[in-house]
Design a protein around this ligand. Sequence first.
Ligand code: AMP
Length: 196
Amino acid sequence: MKTAATIKTVCVYCGSRMGNKVLYQKQAEEMGSLIADAGLALVYGAGSIGLMGVVARSAKDSGADVIGIIPSHLDDVEITQEGLAELHVTDDMHQRKKLMFERSDAFIVLPGGLGTLDETLEMMTWAQLNLHEKPIIIVNSNNYWSPLLELVDHVVTDGFAAPENASLLTVAETPAGAIDLIKNINDQKRVAGLSS
Ligand code: AMP
């Protein structure tokens, strides 16, 4: 019996800083434990600082396998998290981002800075080029990402991207909403696998 592959490994992109609202840290903690509760593994940038560190420790402490991927030059800057199930040290940022992409079945984006934006836009542009069909889920905590969603709509409205590219991002309001989306996708894949 052929069963469509389900999402087992989720990459979380988020800030290497905490941000200045308690909600961001609270949701990062929730995200980690929800990933573990759903039986998913976490892929992330391997740092111990900021929201990325919060998600990773919460996932790890809740029992998830956490796979960290960091370029050697950021080992001191982002203070590589100890106790990860897997740690991969790459030569540069490009290798890091590629390996994070390869090891992940889906992407969840929490609030973050320019690095988070870069990673998110890269996954969007690779999807636009049909290089992958992995879901990219934005957690729009406190409307943090609304300006990005508006910008993407603006790009489409003014004719610089195809209308279907407006839906490259799936929006969840909360970490629980993001995990529900992944569970729904997995349910659909199981049904499709059973019927094929
Ligand atoms: P930030 O959102 O800027 O706090 O960064 C979040 C993560 O993205 C950190 O692990 C950064 O190392 C990483 N990052 C920073 N700049 C870039 C970049 N140009 N491309 C990809 N990732 C980056």
